[in-house]
Design a protein around this ligand. Structure first.
Ligand code: RFL
Ligand code: PHB
Length: 403
């Protein structure tokens, strides 16, 4: 089999790339290790930046997101028992975020792909990538009990943090930056009305908590837990009890509990691979970088990587120019490091770090006290949370600024 672009991974990155290339008349085959149902069963992101919303619109898959997504102009921060609202809309000159689950976004992309008869090979086993340092890369895999070979012009590694693409790059050609946090997030999804109209990020003496949602009738909550905790040891009752203990009186009064639809523990990690291009292999999304979820940046970064990659490939096929391809890695990495820094900082600000001792806690609270009582401090949080525009970087370089 032959195609122009072989895409490894049918998560949001791979599917969005497939859709953007299809709209530009570029052929792609998507190979996914798991079934479609398995991919949809992973409960992950919930917050989309405006840039991501615009991209989904441009990809022609935004209709349901606009009908069902919830537009939020602010977040709440509950610190030392007091709530502070960050009015993002006002502080950023009118920007918002949209709450719409990654599961729904993935479903929309899957449906758009099957409606146009495009190929996604689910349950593709033993995927391996070859010869991407030359002009004729290939992907090999097993499907339906047989070995297959897919010849292509380019390989897009959209296969997440544990994928095969980054692992196939010679060690000497890649630099990896990593920080692993000493705790995880225990998440619970339930068909109960959310405790608040907006997300609440909680810094409590018992640890971080987050009150999020998927709709007006479906809630998503998270608790900071030790990495040694096992999800099986957390009953629903124990979860609700601990969440209640980390909330304020108003939260406790409004918290509606119920049976969990899903419960899982995710470790927290900051990770960046540099560069993101190796000859004719490109890494996009979680394959190239991971952020702790506190800043809600992972899916949004994946979407912008993919947009830059689609633009570069379109430029290559239309104009026979390699300029976009050559610039891909640097262009993504500038944006990625900005989001990495914010996600690390917001994580440091909101979680318990007993290893930093009592003085660490005092420093953290003094910083929060400054931020939450200063217009500049609140704007810092708001600007980073709503995210950077798509042409960020270009505008800065045009003005000769590196910052
Ligand atoms: P994915 O979603 O991991 O998809 C990769 C796909 O590749 C497949 N794959 C392979 N296929 C074939 N052969 C192989 N060898 C393969 N190896 C892997 C996998 O099966 C999978 O289907 O990566 P992608 O597409 O780059 O998407 C990234 C996002 O999923 C991720 O960044 C976000 O979920 C992060 N994230 C959040 N991001 C946000 O922007 N806003 C949020 O509010 C937000 N909340 C979150 C999050 C992530 C979380 N967890 C669980 C880490 C909340 C949580 C709890
Ligand atoms: C979510 O709803 O899953 C979610 C929201 C905000 C975050 C992380 C996760 O920062």
């Amino acid at each position: 089999m032959r195609t122009q672009v072989a895409i490894v991974g049918a998560g949001p990155s791979g599917l969005l790339l497939g859709q953007l290339l299809h709209l530009a008349g570029i052929e792609a085959v998507v190979l996914e290790r798991h079934t479609g149902e398995y991919v949809l069963g992973r409960i992950r992101a919930g917050v989309l930046e405006q840039v991501c919303v615009d991209l989904l619109d441009a990809a022609g898959v935004g209709a349901r997101m606009h009908r069902e997504g919830l537009v939020h102009g602010g977040i709440e921060m509950l610190v030392a028992g007091r709530r502070h609202r960050i009015d993002m809309h006002r502080l950023t000159g009118g920007k918002n975020v949209t709450v719409y689950g990654q599961t729904e976004l993935t479903r929309d992309l899957m449906e758009a792909r099957s409606a146009t008869g495009l190929t996604t090979l689910y349950e593709a086993a033993d995927v391996s990538v070859h010869d991407f340092d030359g002009a004729t890369p290939q992907v090999r895999y097993r499907h339906g009990g047989r070995e297959h070979r897919l010849d292509c012009d380019f390989i897009a590694g959209c296969d997440g943090f544990h994928g095969v693409c980054r692992a196939s790059v010679p060690r000497g050609a890649i630099a990896e930056y990593e920080k692993v946090y000493p705790f995880g997030w225990l998440g619970l999804l339930a068909d109960t009305p959310p405790v608040s109209d907006e997300l609440i990020y909680v810094n409590s003496p018992r640890g971080f908590a987050l009150c999020s949602m998927r709709s007006r009738t479906r809630s998503r909550y998270y608790l900071q837990v030790p990495l040694t905790d096992k999800v099986e040891a957390w009953s629903d009752d124990a979860f609700w009890h601990e969440l209640r203990a980390r909330l304020d009186d108003a939260g406790r009064a409004r918290l509606a509990t119920g049976a969990s639809l899903e419960k899982s523990i995710a470790p927290l990690r900051s990770f960046v691979a540099e560069p993101l291009r190796f000859g004719r292999l490109f890494l996009a999304g979680d394959a190239g970088h991971i952020v702790p979820p506190t800043g809600a940046k992972g899916l949004n970064l994946a979407a912008t990587d993919v947009k830059y990659l689609a633009n570069a490939l379109i430029e290559f096929y239309r104009e026979r120019s390699e300029a976009g391809i050559d610039h891909y890695s640097a262009r993504c990495l500038r944006r990625i490091w900005r989001a990495e820094r914010f996600s690390w900082w917001f994580t440091s600000l909101m979680h318990r770090f007993p290893e930093n001792g009592p003085i660490g806690e005092k420093f953290q609270h003094a910083e929060l006290d400054y931020l939450l009582h200063s217009e500049a401090g609140q704007r810092t949080i708001a600007e980073n949370y709503v995210g950077l525009p798509l042409d960020f970087g270009e505008a800065a370089s045009a003005h000769g600024s590196a910052g």
